[in-house]
Design a protein around this ligand. Structure first.
Ligand code: ADE
Ligand code: ZN
Length: 326
């Protein structure tokens, strides 16, 4: 499973930080983060809203471009070791300069430099999706969208939204998504992880995304599934995350196969792997055990993800070669 070539579309930068990495930075900076770790060294949180708090506490030691450069190297080494050849990762200017465009450019330059080196050394390509955080509110999202629009490029390819889906309405963020779209960025948004099928529908109508982060609760509305299938809206499904956070009690209850059966395009990602004790290899192993997925299913996931990737066509061709010939 580890050796199968993979494409990942839904990975949060900060959420990919191993606990030992964050603990090490906390020690360097003399910051007491002991309450966010269990005795065994893993992240400690009770539920989704506490997860968001622990996540934000962990980011408090990612204080500058240098820390993000180190994180980029660590996450790309980890992903490459699991057969990932292309990954799109969410970057939040909120944690990279607080929404200031000049500061954001410095973080981006540091991250891109490491990504370019990793591409040569490890055969993994990274692209960024600038992401606003829903519970930080629509005004802060405008600053983030401005950062995104100012730095749209071959590398900054998309705009998205994560955070607490139960806060506000998607339409509150329409200005930010329109701003990003006008700058040429492709659109994804978290929806239907916690907010039900209605949240997916509202997001599709208000924000017109090409992809949805999670989106799994669309399964409860058959007409919505048909709409997603008709419009070719691709789901970034993160099964291990959904089970670990309790969206579904166990993988057997996860709707991934029912979504596929209804013609909805799905891809596989890890979301925040160390927080959920997962990796792309583990996702594949668990899906194989529970749903009987085999090489052809995994090829389908990788090709669907590559078709839905926000990169340019030359990059897509390069990655297709990696999927088929290596
Ligand atoms: N940010 C990081 N992980 C997230 C998740 N699973 N849902 C919403 N926002 C997030
Ligand atoms: Zn996510």
């Amino acid at each position: 499973m580890r050796d199968i070539k993979k494409v990942e579309l839904h990975l949060h930068f900060e959420g990919a930080a191993p606990p030992a990495f964050i603990r090490g930075l906390a020690q360097e900076k003399n910051v007491d983060l002991s309450k966010i770790f269990r005795e065994d060294g893993s992240y400690a949180y009770r539920d989704f809203s506490h997860f968001l708090q622990v996540y934000e506490a962990a980011t408090s030691v990612l204080t500058g471009p240098e820390e993000f450069a180190r994180l980029t190297r660590a996450l790309l080494e980890e992903s490459a070791s699991h057969g990932v050849v292309y990954t799109e990762a969410f970057l939040s200017p909120d944690f990279c300069g607080g929404g200031d465009v000049a500061a954001w450019r410095e973080y981006l330059a540091a991250i891109q430099e490491v990504a370019d080196t990793a591409e040569r050394d490890m055969g993994i390509s990274l692209r960024g999706i600038v992401t606003c955080i829903r519970h930080f509110g629509p005004e802060q999202a405008k600053a983030v969208a401005t950062c995104a629009a100012e730095t749209a490029s071959e590398w900054v390819v998309g705009f998205g939204m994560g955070g607490d889906e139960m806060m506000g309405a998607p339409s509150d963020f329409a200005w930010s998504f329109d701003c990003a779209r006008e700058a040429g960025l492709a659109i994804t948004t978290h929806a239907g992880e916690w907010g039900g099928a209605k949240s997916v529908r509202d997001s599709v109508e208000a924000l017109r995304p090409a992809r949805i982060g999670h989106g799994v609760q669309a399964i409860d509305d058959p007409e919505l599934c048909d709409l997603l299938a008709e419009r070719d809206i691709v789901l970034e499904v993160c099964p291990g995350s959904n089970v670990f956070l309790g969206v579904y009690p166990k993988l057997e209850a996860h709707p991934i196969q029912r979504l596929r059966d209804r013609g909805v395009k799905v891809t596989i990602s890890t979301d925040d792997p160390p927080f959920f004790h997962t990796t792309m290899t583990r996702e594949y192993e668990n899906l194989s055990r529970v749903f009987g997925y085999d090489e052809s299913d995994f090829a389908d996931f990788a090709n669907t993800a590559l078709d839905a990737a926000f990169c340019d066509e030359a990059t897509r061709d390069t990655i297709r070669e990696r999927l088929t010939h290596e």
